[in-house]
Design a protein around this ligand. Sequence first.
Ligand SMILES: C=CC1=C(C)c2cc3[nH]c(cc4nc(cc5[nH]c(cc1n2)c(C)c5CCC(=O)O)C(CCC(=O)O)=C4C)c(C)c3C=C
Ligand SMILES: [Fe+2]
Ligand SMILES: [Fe+2]
Length: 332
Amino acid sequence: MTLPVDHPIVAAPRIGVLLINLGTPDAPDSPSVKRYLKQFLSDRRVVEIPALLWQPILRGIILNTRPKKSAHAYGLVWGPDGSPLAANTKAQAAALKDAFGADVMVDYAMRYGNPAIADRLAVMKAAGCDRVLIAPLYPQYCGATTATANDDAFRALMDMRWQPALRTLPPYHDDAAYIAALKSSIDTSLAALDFTPDALMASFHGMPERTLHMGDPYHCHCRKTARLLGEAMGRDLIVTFQSRFGRAKWLGPATDVTLAALPGQGVKKIAIVSPGFSSDCLETLEELAIRGRESFIEAGGTHFAYLPCLNASPVGVAMLDHLISRELSGWL
Ligand SMILES: C=CC1=C(C)c2cc3[nH]c(cc4nc(cc5[nH]c(cc1n2)c(C)c5CCC(=O)O)C(CCC(=O)O)=C4C)c(C)c3C=C
Ligand SMILES: [Fe+2]
Ligand SMILES: [Fe+2]
C-alpha cells in the first residue's frame, strides 16, 4: 500500500515551543564577556543611539573596560552548570518537556550568545514542527527584551523557503497566574527567614527614561505588576529600578540608592525580590544579593534577604505551563 506523502508513518512533533531569554557569556572570562557584550550592546533595540555615534564609544571604550569587571562579577555567581541564567532557562525547558504531549517539542534559546534562536528554530523545523510558539520569558514587555527576541525569530524565518507558522507569547505582567505564582514563591521564601522584614522591596531592571517617553510600556508594566503583587500580598512594596548603564537618565528610584538610604529612615531589616526576571542571573545574584546586601549593611541595615526568582520551581513551571497552554489553544 502506498501512503499519501502528507501522511507520516512515524509521529513527529508538529508544534515547537521555544523559550527565549536574554543570553549570557559562554564563560566567566574577559574574551567571552567581550564577545557577548559586543553582540548585546550593538543591538539597536537595546542602545538607541545612532550607530555612527555609539559604535566608536562601544568599541573604543566600553569593550576595552567593562569585560574585565563584568567577568569578575560573573565569576562570583558562576555555578557547576555554568551561568545561572543559562542553567535556569535550560531547567525550565526540561521541566516543560512533556507538559503539552507528544506533538509538542519544547526547547530554549538565547537572544545573545548560545544556543542561538536561528539554530534552535532550524532544529524544530527539521524535526517536523510547522507551528512554533516563540516565548520570550519577560513578564513585562520592553522593546529591548521582548521585541528584539521576536525580531530575531522573524529574521530567522526570512531565510526559510517553507516557514513554520509563528505565534508569540504576549507579556504576562498582569496575568493572575503570574501574580499568584509570585505571591506563593515570596510567601514560601519569607516563611523560611529567621527574621521579619520591616519592608519588602521589588527591584526591576531599569531602562533609559527617554524610552518611556517614546512609548515603551515597560515602566507601566512593572508598576502594574508591583501594584497587583502588593494587593495580593496585602502589603506595600518599595518599587525600584536597578542595573543602570551609561550616562543617560534611567528609570527611578534606583535600587542601589534606595538600599543605602533605607536604614537611615528606620528600615533595618529588608527582603528584596526581582519579579521582572524569570530566572536568577548576574543582575539578581551579584548586583542585588551580593552588592545590594553590602551597601544595605554598610548603611546600617541589620538583616538582608534576597528572595529567589521563580526559576524552574514547581510553582514557576506550573505558571509557564498555564500561559503556554493558553497560547497553544487551537493548535493542539
Ligand atoms: C528583565 C529585563 C531587562 C531589561 C529591560 C534590560 C534592559 C537593558 N539592559 C542593558 C544593559 C545590560 N544588561 C545586562 C544584563 C542583563 N540584563 C537583563 C535583563 C534586562 N535588560 C538580564 C536578565 C541580564 C543578565 C544576563 C546574565 O548573563 O546573567 C548587562 C550585562 C552585564 C554587565 O556587564 O553588567 C548589560 C550591559 C541595557 C543597556 C538595557 C536597555 C534598555
Ligand atoms: Fe539588561
Ligand atoms: Fe548589573
